[in-house]
Design a protein around this ligand. Structure first.
Ligand code: PEP
Length: 257
């Protein structure tokens, strides 16, 4: 099996203003050391308004923390009031961009087609998409979580070539586990993450599927991350609430300790 560097990404959602963001990243930088960065890729995903400040701090102090945005427009420029484009995020040297988070799908009615267009927009500008997929409670109760999630994977990656797909990150986030305190069991996470890797192998071949990182997301905390990371197809976590507490997020990054 190919070894994949674990990726722990903190999705701050609509929390922390630009001053709080600086303080938060400084706390992470103070706590983390080279050994941590050799073992795990640590990523923060602040609101758009924090990105410039986070970039300045990270560049000035040569920090190894990576950063990215929580969304982007499918368009590169134009009359799209309120939107932020791929070129704008690339100019801020973002590494990552979250696409298709369940809150975007739920509150902004984002479809698989829009997610696919955003994935292509991200790749056009060398941003690595963190593509979120995952079922709601009704689908889980019906036992259709695998088929539902794989259909979202197919939709997100339509016409995305293998040489782009191999750099991407997929986040499996069962919607019923996000922000609820309800965590999928490690076996639940593995069932769907394993199926996602299987689908990636069908789409792109096993060698490409083996290098794509698949995260689990949904009420991840310091206390449950080790068991989740012990699953063979889970390569990291997309962390919401617990990423707002710098000490907790550091413990998640140090899940092996
Ligand atoms: C998320 O926002 O992607 C998430 C997983 O949130 P939480 O960790 O709070 O459940």
């Amino acid at each position: 099996m190919t070894s994949r560097t674990p990726i722990m990404a903190g999705n701050w959602k609509m929390n922390l203003n630009h001053l709080e963001a600086i303080a938060h990243v400084q706390k992470l930088a103070f706590a983390l050391n080279d050994k941590d960065f050799d073992a795990v890729e640590a990523v923060v995903l602040p609101p758009f308004t924090d990105l410039r400040g986070v970039q300045t701090l990270i560049e000035a102090d040569k920090l190894k923390i990576k950063y990215g945005a929580q969304d982007l427009s499918a368009h590169d420029s134009g009359a799209y009031t309120g939107e932020i484009s791929g070129p704008m995020l690339a100019k801020l040297k973002c590494s990552y961009v979250v696409i298709g988070h369940s809150e975007r799908r739920q509150y902004h009615h984002e479809t698989d087609e829009q997610v696919n267009a955003k994935v292509k927009a991200a790749f056009r500008h060398d941003l690595t998409p963190i593509v979120c997929v995952g079922e709601g409670l009704d689908v889980r109760k019906a036992g259709e979580q695998v088929a539902f999630t794989l259909a979202q994977v197919d939709g997100a990656l339509k016409d995305v070539p293998a040489e782009q797909a191999e750099t991407l990150v997929v986040a499996y986030e069962p919607v019923w586990a996000i922000g609820t305190g309800e965590v999928a069991t490690p076996e639940d996470a593995q069932e769907v993450c394993g199926a996602i890797r299987g689908r990636l192998a069908e789409l792109y071949g096993q060698a490409v599927a083996d290098v794509i990182r698949i995260q689990y997301g949904g009420s991840v905390k310091a206390g449950n991350i080790a068991a989740i990371m012990a699953q063979p197809d889970v390569d990291g976590a997309l962390v919401g609430g617990a990423a707002l507490d710098s000490e907790e997020f550091v413990k998640i990054i140090r899940f092996r300790d």
